[in-house]
Design a protein around this ligand. Structure first.
Ligand code: ASP
Length: 441
C-alpha cells in the first residue's frame, strides 16, 4: 500500500481540541501511516510556544535561578495538563513531565531539554491515535559537526519498516556524542521529510495553519495569490529568503527521492493547498513570477580598487578574511573595479565588522571600502522568468516608480531569481511594488 507521511506543525498541536482535529485528519485517509509532530505552538497571538518556554527553562537552569525554573516548569506543565484534560483521557503526562524535569536537573543538556516538547506531544498523539511511538533518536543521526548523516535515511526505512503505523517526534535526533541533538528552529519539517524519504512515501503532507504557499507574505500584501504548485528549487529560494511556511532545508531529503510535498491547512483540510514538485507546470496566463520573499538584517561591504579585475587572487584574499572568522556570505555581486559582500548581521555582532574592514584593508589595499549596515534582500523567484524577455526591466521600473532605491542586484545564473538589496525601511514597499507589477496587472 502506498503511504503518506503527515507532519503537523506547532499550531496544529497547540491545544487538545486541535490535536483531536489533527487525529481526525490522519484517520480520514488510511494511507496516512506515519505522523511527525512539533511541540505545541501558539494558541493565539501573544501566546508562547512550548519550545520557547523550554529554551527559557534551560536558561534558568544554567543561571541556577530555581524560582524562575519552577515558574517556567509550572507553565509548561499547565500547557500539557490542559491538553490532557481537553482530550479527556489519561495520557500519562504528569509522569512524562516529571521524568523530563529529573533528567534536565541531572544534566541531560540543552538539546534534550528543548526537545521535550516534541517528545511529550508525540506520546500524546500516539496515545490518541492508538499507534506506536517511535523515538527520532532511533534513526536521525548527526555527525560530530552537527550535520545530518546520510545513513539516517536508510536507518529510518529499516526502523519504521517494522511498524505499520507510527508517531515520531520532530526536531531532533541523536548526536555523535550519543546525546539528543536538535535541528535549527522549525526543524520538525526536516524530520517529516526524513521519515517520508525513509519509508519511500508517495506524498509528504505538511499540515500547518495556512492553506498553502502565498506569492508573498500576507502581512505585507492583503490576500496574496496562493500558489497551487511550486518546484523544489522555487521553494528553496523562497523559504531561504524568509517565506517561513517550511524550513528551507526540509526539501533535501525528499527532493532526491522525487517525493512531492503538500502544504495543507489543519483548520481547512478541504482546501487544495500547495504542491511542491520536481518540475512545476506553468499554464498560459500564469504569472512569470512565482513568489516574492524578503529578509532584513544584512550588511554590504563594498570594496573599490582600480584594476581589481587584473589582480589575481583578489577575491580570494577578501574571502579568506571572513573565512578566518568563521563568517559566510550571502551574495557577492561584482563589477570590474568593485565587489561587494553581503553578510547576515548575525555574524557581525560585537565589533566584528570593524575588525573585518581593517583586515580587508591590510589584505587588498583598496582605494575605498564602505558599508551599508541595514540592508534587506528581496528575492523575486520563478522559473517563468528565464523564458520571458523583459522581466527584469518590469521589476526595476516598478521599483523606480515606487521610489525604492536599489543598492545591489544579483541574478542567479539559473535565472530562477533576481535578488535586490534595498534599505531595510524599503523592504515592505519593495515587495508590494513587485507584487503589484507581476500579480495585479
Ligand atoms: N518546536 C520547534 C520550534 O519551535 C521545531 C518545530 O516546530 O519544527 O522551532
Amino acid at each position: 500500500m502506498s503511504c503518506k507521511v503527515c507532519k503537523f506543525g506547532g499550531t496544529s498541536m497547540a491545544d487538545g481540541n486541535v490535536i483531536l482535529r489533527a487525529a481526525e485528519i490522519v484517520k480520514a485517509d488510511k494511507e496516512r501511516r506515519y505522523v511527525v509532530v512539533s511541540a505545541p505552538g501558539k494558541r493565539f497571538s501573544g501566546d508562547i510556544k512550548v519550545t520557547d518556554l523550554l529554551y527559557a527553562l534551560y536558561a534558568a537552569y544554567e543561571k541556577q535561578d530555581s524560582d524562575l525554573f519552577e515558574e517556567l516548569y509550572e507553565k509548561i506543565s499547565v500547557r500539557f495538563l490542559n491538553i490532557e484534560r481537553e482530550i479527556g483521557k489519561d495520557l500519562k503526562v504528569r509522569a512524562a513531565l516529571d521524568e523530563a524535569k529529573a533528567a534536565i536537573l541531572g544534566g541531560a543538556g540543552k538539546d534534550y531539554c528543548v526537545s521535550r516538547g516534541e517528545f511529550i506531544t508525540a506520546h500524546i498523539v500516539a496515545e490518541v491515535l492508538g499507534v506506536p511511538f517511535v523515538d527520532a533518536t532511533e534513526f536521525v543521526r548527526f555527525d560530530e559537526n552537527g550535520i545530518l548523516k546520510e545513513e539516517t535515511f536508510d536507518l529510518a526505512g529499516k526502523v519504521l519498516k517494522s511498524y505499520d503505523k507510527a508517531v515520531v517526534p520532530g526536531f531532533y535526533g541523536l548526536g555523535a556524542d550519543g546525546k539528543v541533538k536538535t535541528f535549527s528552529r522549525g526543524g520538525g519539517d526536516i524530520s517529516g521529510a526524513i521519515v517520508a524519504r525513509g519509508v519511500k512515501a508517495a506524498l509528504y503532507e505538511n499540515w500547518t495553519d495556512v492553506s498553502g504557499f502565498y506569492a508573498c507574505d500576507p502581512r505585507i500584501v492583503n490576500s496574496p495569490v496562493c500558489m497551487s504548485e511550486l518546484s523544489y528549487s522555487e521553494l528553496r529560494e523562497l523559504s531561504y529568503m524568509g517565506a517561513n511556511v517550511l524550513h528551507s532545508e526540509s526539501i533535501f531529503p525528499v527532493r532526491s527521492a522525487g517525493i512531492p510535498i503538500r502544504i495543507s491547512n489543519t483548520f481547512r483540510p478541504e482546501d487544495r493547498g500547495t504542491f511542491i514538485v520536481p518540475d512545476a507546470k506553468r499554464s498560459f496566463g500564469d504569472s512569470v513570477v512565482t513568489g516574492i520573499a524578503g529578509k532584513k538584517g544584512f550588511t554590504s561591504i563594498t570594496i573599490e580598487k582600480s584594476m581589481m579585475n587584473a589582480e589575481i587572487g583578489f577575491v580570494q584574499k577578501v574571502l579568506s578574511v571572513i573565512g578566518k572568522h568563521g563568517i559566510s556570505f550571502e551574495h557577492l555581486p561584482s563589477g570590474i573595479d568593485t565587489m561587494s559582500l553581503v553578510i547576515d548581521n548575525e555574524f557581525l555582532k560585537d565589533g566584528i565588522l570593524d575588525v573585518l574592514l581593517q583586515e580587508m584593508k591590510e589584505a587588498v589595499r583598496p582605494d575605498r571600502i564602505y558599508t551599508h549596515e541595514d540592508i534587506a534582500l528581496i528575492a523575486t523567484v520563478g522559473h517563468g522568468m528565464a523564458k520571458n524577455v523583459g522581466t527584469s526591466a518590469r521589476l526595476f521600473k516598478a521599483l523606480s516608480e515606487n521610489g525604492v532605491n536599489v543598492n545591489m542586484i544579483d541574478q542567479g545564473s539559473s535565472e530562477l531569481n533576481i535578488i535586490v538589496g534595498v534599505e531595510g525601511k524599503d523592504c515592505e514597499s519593495c515587495i508590494r511594488a513587485i507584487y503589484r507589477e507581476f500579480f495585479q496587472e
